[in-house]
Design a protein. Sequence first.
Length: 177
Amino acid sequence: MEKENEDFKILTDYILSINLWGDFNSDLDLTDFDLIEDWAIQLINLGCENEALYNLATFYKPINPDEIMPYLKRTFLELNLKEKEGDDAEICYARYHFNRVIKGEDVKSNLFRAAIFSDGNDRKSHPETELNFGVLSEIWLDMKYDPDYWYRGINISNIEQKVIEKAKWWLKNNPIN
């Protein structure tokens, strides 16, 4: 149950950070707006009753960001939830994707998304700086075109495990506030 609560907190922080990308969101497709419906249903199942929340839970996937955002904003207001901004939002965004990485869920894609914000002002970066998440993402891309490519002991057979190990380190050293 503890892990489920932590996962829900991470998802909630991700939803509260959803405006991180602003107008670029729909163009870049870096945010999964379908998660809003899942989050709303989880809140309802936890006993939270709220008209705006019920509206969120009735959207059909795939969710159009422009259609759902007014309802999401209203839900934040009615539930007295404060949106995450700046570094805090970036950390929450990276944390959500690293949490998926350590579960082995679409590791390459989640690495790419997390790498955008994993190193920065308020984050503890892995001591192995030559192999930061951005570099690992680029190495993985290079391996797509040349499966025999390797870099500093990393190759196609061990890159996923290396990414998972580093993601675990990042999550441990950048805990939920």
